[in-house]
Structure formats: C-alpha cells, structure tokens
Design a protein around this ligand. Structure first.
Ligand code: SF4
Length: 635
C-alpha cells in the first residue's frame, strides 16, 4: 500500500500564526483567554487549555488579563469593549480575513449592495459582516444567488475558505443581478491550494484520508471536494479513528489535512497507516501460508447455538467453528462454551478455495495434542486422568481430554468386580495399556494405578508390622476358605482353620464383613506380600488348658464318644478326648471293647499320660478298677 500526501495540506499561514501567538501568551505572566476556540481543531484547543489558555464565549467571561482574537476575526465592538475593560488584546485575526473585513466596509462606504459568499453562521462571515455594519446579504448557494433582487451596484466579498468551484458558478449568477458588479476575491490561496492538491490527489488514489476537526469548515470542504471526484474519502480527527478494514485491497491512499490541523496529528495518522500497511502485508503473507491442517489463532466475533464465527489473521472472511468441533462431547449450544472476544486456537479442516467457507476444529487440534499427551504418558509410564462415561459388561468407556478410551473389566480394580458402574461420572487415574491412533483405540488400566498405590501403601505399612504382633483389623471380604482382614492398609488372610480352636463349618458363622477384630500376624512372605493372620492364636489352645488343669494320676469323669477295635475315645471336656486303650479296660485277651463300654456312657478314668505337643491323653480304666478292689479289700 502506497501512501501519498497532498502537496499542500495542514496548518495554513493564518492558523499557524494564531496558534503561535496563543502559545506565546501562555508563557506570559497575565491570564490569557481566546474569544471562542482558537481554531476549529479540538486537539489543539485542548492542548492550549492544558497550558492555561482557556476559551471563553464573551468578554464578560474574562475578569482581567489578555484576550486573544482568533484568526476568524471579530467585529469592531469587541475591540472597543476590551479597551473599556482595560483588557490586553492579542489580535490573531488572519491578515486575509482582515482584508475581507476592510473590503466589506469599503463596499458599504461606496454605497454598493454588499454580498458575502459564505456560511452565514460561520464566525469569519459574521466578523466580516460586522465591519460592514451588518448590512451584507449572505449567499451560500447558487439557489440563494438566484433569489437575489437586481441591484444597481453590487460588491462581493468571499469567505476566505469558500469553495473556489462554487465561487465561480455563483459569480456567474450574480453577474445577471447587477450591471456594476465588483468582486473582491478574498478566497485565501491557502484554501485554494489545499483544495486543488486534494482534488489532484483524490483523482489518482483509491482512497483519501482527510484529517481535521469535524467542526472545521475548510476540512469538511476538503472531504467534499475529494468525494466529488468519486474517491472514497474518510474524514477523521485523529489516528484513533482509522480502521484497518478501510485499507484492505487498497493500493494507494492519499492524505490531506485542513488548514487547522497541526503537524503532529498528521504525523500520527501517517504512522498508524504505515503500521496498518505492515499488518496488511503480514496478513497477506500469512494468507498464502494458510491451508488445510494449519493451526491458527483467532478471535470469536459472533456466536450462534450451532456455531461460532472466528476472525483469523490472513483470512478475508470469518471462519466457521461448528459446535461439534468445539469440545468432546459436543456442548448443547456453542454459547455454553464460547463468548464474543474469546481467543481460540484451532486447526483448519478444509482446503481453502475462493469464496468457500473455511471450517475450523478445536477438538481436532485438541485430539492431536491429546494423542501426544497419552503417548508421552505411556512412554513415561505416568498415570493420566480419565472420566467414566458408560459402564458396559466388558468394562468402562472413558474420556481422556478429547479422546475416547476403554478400561476392560479386569483392569478396573485390583480385586475382581462384576461391574465398573461406580466409576461412571467420576474422575480417576489410569495408565495407558495400548494406543492405536489410526484406529482411534486407547486402552487403559485403573488397576495398574491402584496396584502401584497398593504397593506403596503396603511398603509403608510393612515398615510398621512385626510377625507375632497383634493388630486391630477390619474384615473386608469373606471367602469359603477364610476372610481377608485389613490391618492398617494391608490385607492379610485369616484362614478358616485359624479363626477358632473349634471346628467351624462356615466363616460367615463367626465373622461378618466390616467387623472389627484383633488378629495376630503369623507370617509374612516378602516375595508375594502375603500375610497370614490368626484369630485363634490370641486364645489358649485346649491342650494348653489341659496341661494346666489335668495331671497324670488324676481321676476324672468322661464320656465314651467313640468305640474302636483298640479301645475307646473318652471326652474329658468339650475340646479334649483321651484314648482308653483296650489294655486299660480289661486284662482279658481277645476282649471286645463293646462288652465293657457303650457310646455315651459316663465313666471314671485315670489319667496315665499327657503329651501336649503330640496332643495325646492316655486314660486307664483297669488300673482304676484294680486299685478300687485293693482299697475295698483293705477295708
Ligand atoms: S485559511 Fe487563509 S484566511 Fe484562513 S486563516 Fe488560513 S491563511 Fe488565513
């Protein structure tokens, strides 16, 4: 984009002079005020106000000090009042305007009808008229001129900034209104030069930028003459009003500025336009790089329920982001996820062809990144976060970021479970078992994570356990062969044979899941981390009790519980049975036990031996009988 600046533009002689005089007044000791804005440019007026030179509407608003007459000039009454009020006057009236004032006064003095070509409410036109004693007819348009009466003598004075093109057509009409027409062509050459330069430039560029106050007549006319030659024209006050879109597809841009526009504003505008030029060049270069599969950054500019529109640097039209491409699972509405102004990163989904929409996908981009994430997690053997979404007989369907994965039933827990229902809608960690990006296959294991946790817990817990010690535990699971008991984070097996000294038919007859019990750690196998627990070890065995309560030689009463060929088993209490050998029942050879004893019979026996370790109790009946007989004979 080429930027061309009009040959004549910006501050004219009169404005430059007035602003300079006001700036000098700002540096003086006396309070200074401009009567009306010094020029039609808000930025310059603001700058002067910052330096202490304010603007007032009338002399009455000035208590004392200096009044600065602006370049448009004022009527004679102002000078008289200032003199009466003892105010200093800095007269910044442009010399061209002064001449127009004098010309107007002379027209009246010579008895001619005075016509001023200009805007009737413009301060300059008012000031010129005041020097004629307000006797002028103000003509602004050709129509106004046509409506004038025919007069003997007519003198014409022109607003200094009046359009030179309009001037001639009106003069042509006025020549029909008076035979004695005297024209004072008081149009300022500065205005003429600026308009001519603007028109010349507007004819050769694609676009014109006219800089100056929106309240500045000469700037507004510059914009008008540019538009009149068919050039697209924007009238701005400062660089902040420039829009990048104006310059898209523009080869040449012309710049001009009104007579009241300071250099620093023009420079700022050109600087911004050059920045735009660089931006557009970069955008154009970027556009050539954009193609299917490119990752781009953009701004959401419009959202509907079904899609969002995204502005992408380098694309002429907004790209389309359908809601199914925003997130997985797709949101109910695109508005639920995105907002105007959101910055997004997405991938281009289609080949870019002239006038065809460009489609974007965040999920596709996320998928690429997410596959990379799971691949790295597998390589590093690190767990990743999953969310359960559907339990099926074979396992659990999960999401991992934007990906869909599967956990087989056997990989759902460290123990056998019938279903992974409890994991639906919950987040948990799992390890990657298998990846096939092309087939969209991702298999995970929660069990692998739990195993690691369990191992860590186990190792920690193992530091605190000692074989032979007693621990409090909780019954976690009951199996036909025993119960698993948790002792501080480790589960050990309490075998059915280690539950009680008595024989039990079913574990459930003695224990329930959740029951708190004390157990003794009987053994620990480090290779398999198997713990063997015992409940019965915490109580004395019947043989221990027997050793303490039964002694060789004691005579006790027992019950015959079983007859065998070599004798009878006699229960001496609930837990201990002793053997009454046939030889201890009778001296008869080939005797049969059932000839002497019957099952269920209560008999007195004598303890003849006790071996706790062998769990053997020897009883005698014969000896007892014989000893009884001897005792009876002695009596
Ligand atoms: S445009 Fe011409 S008449 Fe108006 S202030 Fe500037 S130099 Fe003076």
């Amino acid at each position: 984009m080429e930027i061309k600046i009009a040959e004549n533009c910006g501050f004219c002689f009169g404005v430059k002079r007035a602003v300079q005089m006001a700036l000098e007044a700002a540096d003086s000791d006396r309070e200074s005020y401009t009567l009306g804005p010094i020029i039609h440019n808000p930025q310059v007026v603001g700058k002067l106000a910052d330096k202490g030179v304010g603007s007032v509407d009338t002399l009455q608003d000035i208590p004392e000090g200096t009044v600065i007459i602006r370049s448009h000039g004022v009527g004679p009454a102002v000078y008289e009042e200032a003199k009466c009020r003892d105010l200093d006057v800095i007269d910044a009236t442009c010399p061209h305007v002064k001449k127009a004032q004098r010309d107007a006064a002379s027209v009246v003095e010579e008895g001619m009808t005075l016509v001023i070509l200009g805007e009737k409410d413009h301060p300059e036109v008012k000031s010129i008229n005041l020097w004629s004693g307000n006797k002028a007819i103000i003509v602004e348009t050709e129509e106004n001129a046509k409506n004038l009466p025919i007069v003997e003598k007519m003198g014409v004075v022109v607003q200094t900034t009046f359009s030179q093109f309009k001037f001639q057509s009106i003069i042509d009409i006025l020549e029909t209104k008076s035979k004695n027409l005297k024209v004072f062509k008081t149009i300022c050459t500065a205005t003429q030069e600026r308009q001519s330069s603007a028109v010349a430039l507007a004819k050769e560029v694609d676009l014109m930028i006219v800089i100056g106050g929106k309240n500045s007549g000469n700037t507004t006319r510059l914009a008008e003459v540019c538009r009149d030659v068919g050039c697209t024209t924007y009238h701005i006050e400062t660089a902040t009003e420039l829009q990048l879109a104006w310059f898209k597809d523009t080869q040449t841009v012309g710049v001009t500025a009104g007579a009241s526009t300071p250099d620093w504003i023009i420079k700022e505008v050109i600087k911004t336009m050059k920045e735009f030029e660089e931006l557009l060049a970069a955008e154009s270069a970027k556009a050539e790089d954009l193609k299917k599969g490119c990752v781009v950054e953009g701004t959401v500019v419009q959202i509907e329920d079904e899609r969002a529109y995204v502005s992408i640097f380098g694309l002429k039209t907004e790209a389309v982001l359908n809601k199914s491409e925003i997130a997985y699972p797709a949101p109910a509405s695109a508005k639920d996820v995105l907002h105007d102004g959101d910055e997004i990163k997405a991938v281009i989904m289609n080949h870019i062809k002239e006038d065809n929409p460009v489609y974007l996908s965040i999920t596709r981009l996320a998928k690429d990144e997410d596959w990379q994430y799971v691949i790295e997690a597998q390589e590093k053997d690190e767990p990743i976060v999953c969310k359960g979404i559907d339990a099926i007989p074979a396992g659990l369907v999960v999401t991992v970021k934007s990906l869909r994965g599967f956990i087989p039933l056997s990989q759902g827990d460290v123990h056998f479970v019938k279903s992974l229902d409890s994991l639906v809608n919950t987040e948990f960690e799992a390890k990657v078992l298998e990846i096939d990006e092309k087939k969209n296959r991702l298999v995970l294991s929660r069990r692998a994570v739990l195993e690691v946790e369990r191992q860590a817990k186990l190792e920690e817990a193992l530091k605190n356990i000692t074989v032979g010690e007693t621990y409090k535990g909780i019954v976690r699971k009951i199996m036909p062969y025993g119960a698993f008991v948790d002792i501080g984070g480790i589960e050990g097996l309490l075998h059915i044979s280690d539950i009680s000294w008595q024989k039990i038919k079913k574990v459930e007859d003695v224990l329930t899941v959740g029951q708190e019990i004390e157990v003794k750690l009987q053994s620990f196998e480090p290779e398999t981390n198997k713990l063997s627990l015992s409940l019965k070890a915490l109580s004395k065995s019947p043989w221990d009790v027997a050793e303490e309560t039964l002694h060789v030689g004691d005579v006790i009463t027992g019950k015959v519980v079983r007859l065998v060929a070599y004798g009878a088993f006699v229960a001496v209490n609930d837990d201990i049975q002793g053997l009454l050998h046939i030889s201890q029942i009778t001296k008869q050879r080939n005797a049969k036990v059932e000839d002497y004893l019957t099952r269920g019979q209560d008999i007195e026996v004598k303890i003849i031996s006790l071996d706790k370790d062998a769990k053997k109790l020897g009883l005698a009946l014969t000896e007892l009988m014989e000893s009884k007989e001897v005792a009876e004979e002695a009596e």
